[in-house]
Write a protein that binds this ligand. Structure first.
Ligand SMILES: Nc1ncnc2c1ncn2[C@@H]1O[C@H](COP(=O)(O)OP(=O)(O)OP(=O)(O)O)[C@@H](O)[C@H]1O
Ligand SMILES: [Mg+2]
Length: 197
C-alpha cells in the first residue's frame, strides 16, 4: 500500500509521506492517543502509538460536500460531475496499472490494487492545481481494506480451470470487504453465480 500512496505516485491518490512510525502519544484520547509518561515522569514505551503522515486535504470529503449541497438545496454544476468522474477514473487507472498513462508502452505494475471501500466519504477534496484549474482535484483515500489482486485471479480467464477456481474463492472471500450499502454488484456472490469464472 505504501507504493501506491507514495509521494510522486498519482495526483488522484492521497499521498503518504511517512508510515510505520511509532512515537509517544499526545494524550488527546485515553484509548487511541494516550499520554506516555507516568506522573513521576517515567516514559512507558507500551503506550506508544503508530502514526501515518499523509497529505492534508483541507476541503473535506465528497460525502460532506454532497450533504451540504442537499442541505442548501442547490445543484452541482454538470462540469463538477464530469470532473469528478475524470479524477476517479484516473485514480482507478493508477490502481490498475501503476501509472495514469494511456500510452501502451508505459511501465505498469504486476499486481493491480483493489480498493474495496470506494464511497463518497473516502474521496477527499484537494485544491486547484495546473491540471485542475476550474474545480479542485478529488483524491481516493483510506486503503484500510485494499488488497493486491493476485495474478492468478487477474488472468483467470486466460489460464486453467485451477485458476478460475482460485479466482472464485478469492472473490467469495473478498465480496464482503466493503462498507455495507456500498458493495458493488459486480463483487457479489450472485454476480459470480451468473458469471461462473
Ligand atoms: N489526508 C486527509 N486529509 C484530510 N482529511 C482526511 C484525510 N484522511 C482522512 N481524512 C478525514 O478523516 C476521516 C476518517 O478518515 P478515514 O476514511 O481514513 O478513516 P476511517 O476510520 O476508515 O473512516 P470510515 O470508516 O468512515 O471510512 C474522514 O472524515 C476523512 O474525510
Ligand atoms: Mg474511511
Amino acid at each position: 500500500m505504501r507504493d501506491i500512496m507514495r509521494a510522486g505516485g498519482s495526483d488522484h491518490i492521497v499521498k503518504l509521506y511517512k508510515s510505520a512510525y511509532s512515537e509517544g502519544g499526545s494524550g488527546t484520547s485515553k484509548a487511541r492517543d494516550p499520554w506516555p509518561f507516568t506522573s513521576g515522569g517515567k516514559y512507558r514505551k507500551k503506550y506508544q502509538v503508530s502514526r501515518l503522515f499523509m497529505e492534508y486535504c483541507e476541503n473535506g470529503n465528497l460525502a460532506s460536500e454532497i450533504a451540504e449541497v442537499v442541505r442548501n438545496g442547490y445543484d452541482l454544476p454538470e462540469e463538477y460531475i464530469w470532473r469528478a468522474f475524470e479524477c476517479l477514473a484516473s485514480a482507478l487507472v493508477f490502481l490498475d496499472h501503476g501509472n495514469e498513462e494511456t500510452d501502451d508502452d508505459a511501465e505498469t505494475w504486476d499486481s493491480p490494487i483493489s480498493h474495496f471501500d470506494i464511497k463518497p466519504g473516502n474521496i477527499l477534496i484537494g485544491t486547484h492545481d495546473e491540471n485542475h484549474p476550474r474545480l479542485p482535484v478529488l483524491k481516493l483515500s483510506d486503503f484500510g481494506l485494499g488488497l493486491p489482486v493476485p495474478s492468478q485471479v487477474r488472468n483467470a480467464e486466460k489460464w486453467q480451470t485451477w485458476n478460475r477456481k482460485r479466482k472464485r474463492i478469492w472473490m467469495e472471500d473478498a465480496q464482503w470487504r466493503a462498507t455495507p450499502g456500498y458493495i458493488p454488484p459486480v463483487s457479489r456472490q450472485e454476480a459470480l453465480d451468473f458469471h461462473p469464472y
